[in-house]
Design a protein around this ligand. Sequence first.
Ligand SMILES: Nc1ncnc2c1ncn2[C@@H]1O[C@H](COP(=O)(O)OP(=O)(O)OP(=O)(O)O)[C@@H](O)[C@H]1O
Ligand SMILES: [Mg+2]
Length: 470
Amino acid sequence: MRELLQDTLTDEGFRVESVGGGRAGIERVQRGGIDLVITDVRMPDLDGLDMLREIRSGDPSGPQPPHVIVITAFGSIDTAIKAVKLGAYDYICKPFSMDALLVAVQKALEERGLREEVRRLQSEVERPYRFDNLIGRSPQMQEVFSLIRRLSGSMANVLITGESGTGKELVARAIHYNSPRRKRPFVAINCAAIPDQLLESELFGYKRGAFTDARTDRPGLFVEADGGTLFLDEVGDLSPALQAKLLRALAEREIRPLGAQRPERIDVRVLSATHRNLEQRLKEGTFREDLFYRINVVQIHLPPLRDRPEDILPLAEHFLRKAAGTRNLSLSQAAAKVLMAHSWPGNVRELENVIERVVALAEGPVIQPEDLPPSVRERRPVDMLTSALQRGLTLADLEREYIARVMQAEGGNKTRAAQRLGLDRKTLYRKLEEEGLAQLVPGRERREADEVTAPMPRVSRPPPGSAEQG
Ligand SMILES: Nc1ncnc2c1ncn2[C@@H]1O[C@H](COP(=O)(O)OP(=O)(O)OP(=O)(O)O)[C@@H](O)[C@H]1O
Ligand SMILES: [Mg+2]
C-alpha cells in the first residue's frame, strides 16, 4: 500500500518520502520540511493516533506542523472522529479510490498554503505597527518607534513630553528595555506625587542618624537604579532646590546621601517625562535651563490621540484583545465610528479605560455603540471656528452663514437683523441680494403657514469628500 501510494503521488507531481512505522514517521517530521502526512491507524510499533498527537502537539507559535490524513479501516467511524479531534485534517476509509485520496491531498495542501499565507500577512500587518508594547500606525508614532530604535545603542538622557495618558511611561520603558542596560533595573518615581523633603531622601538616600527617624542607612533610588535607568516622571514639578541637587548629580555623576560624609559615584541613565511645557517654564524662570539641557539631550514628543486618529482603532483592538482574554469580542462598524469621532481628552489611557469597561459589561460578542459610555457617545460641541475650519469655509461663506442665521433668529425682520449685525439696513439689503439670501430667508407669514421651522439654508461648501460635521 505504501509503495502504491508513493508511486501514484509521485506521478501526480508531489515530492513523496515513505518510512515504515510511527516512530520513523515522527522522526522524519521532526527533521522538518514535511507539509502533509498520510498514515494508517494501525501500525506495528506506534498507533497512528499517538503519532498524530505527537506531530500536532508542537509549540503553536513555532512553524506550522504538517497536516495529517488518517487512513482508517472500513466501519471504524469512531476512530475517524477521534483522529479529527486530535487535529487530523481529514480521514479516508479503506477501501478507497486513488482519486478520492488525491482530492483529499490537494485540499489539505491548499488549505495549508492558505494558512501559511494568513500567518505571513498577519505578522506583516502587525509588525510595523507595534514596538514592544507600543501600538501606533500614525506617522507620528512611527517616527517615535524609529527614534527609540536609533537610541538603542545610546546612553543619552531623554526627555519625553506629551499630555497626560499619551504613553510617556510606556515609551520610557521601551527605551530602557531596548538599551544596553536592559538587564539592569528600571526604577520609576513620580516627582509630583511626593513632598519635597521626602523626595530628596527617596532619590538620594540617607545615612543612619541623618535625622531623628533615620535608624538605618537607606540607599536612594539613584543607587537602586545603579547600572540601569532612573525614570523621573513629572520632572517639570521639581522644586528649585531639588532641581539644583539633581543637576549636581547628573553633572558630577555622584550623589551625596543625607548625612553622608562623602559623595558616592553613580552610573545611572536618566529618562524624564513631563506633561508641562518646559520651554515655557524656562521662560518663566521656574525650571533651570542648565538642568533642562542635561535631561533633554534627546526629546521625544507624544502627540495627543486626537492628532493621530489612525491610532485609535489599532489601540482599541489591542486593548480589546488584552481585556477580553479568551472571549472572542469585536467592535461593530458603528461602534468604531463612535470611537473615531470622540476627541479623547484623556488620550490613550481614556481609551484603555473605556475598552476595559466595555469588555466587563458586554453581553454579546459584538460591541455596539450603546455599549460605549455616554461620555464617548455624546459628541461634544466643537467650537464654531474649529468647525468652520474643518468645513473649509471662506470668510465670505462664514459671513453668509451668519447673516442667514441672524435673519432666521429675528424671524426675517430685517431691521432687527441689521441692528444685531451692526449694519445699516441698506447694507444688509445689498448683502442679502448679493449673497442670494433674499428669497431663502423665510418671512413671518410663510413660517406660520408652514408651521415648521424652515431649515437653515445651505450656504456652506463642505470640503470635497467630507460629510457634513461639526
Ligand atoms: N502607544 C500605546 N500602545 C499601547 N498602549 C499604550 C500606548 N500609549 C499608552 N498606552 C497605555 O495607556 C496607558 C497610559 O500610558 P502611560 O502611563 O504611559 O501615559 P503617560 O503619558 O505616562 O500618562 P501620565 O502623564 O498621566 O502619567 C497605559 O496603560 C499604557 O499602557
Ligand atoms: Mg505617566
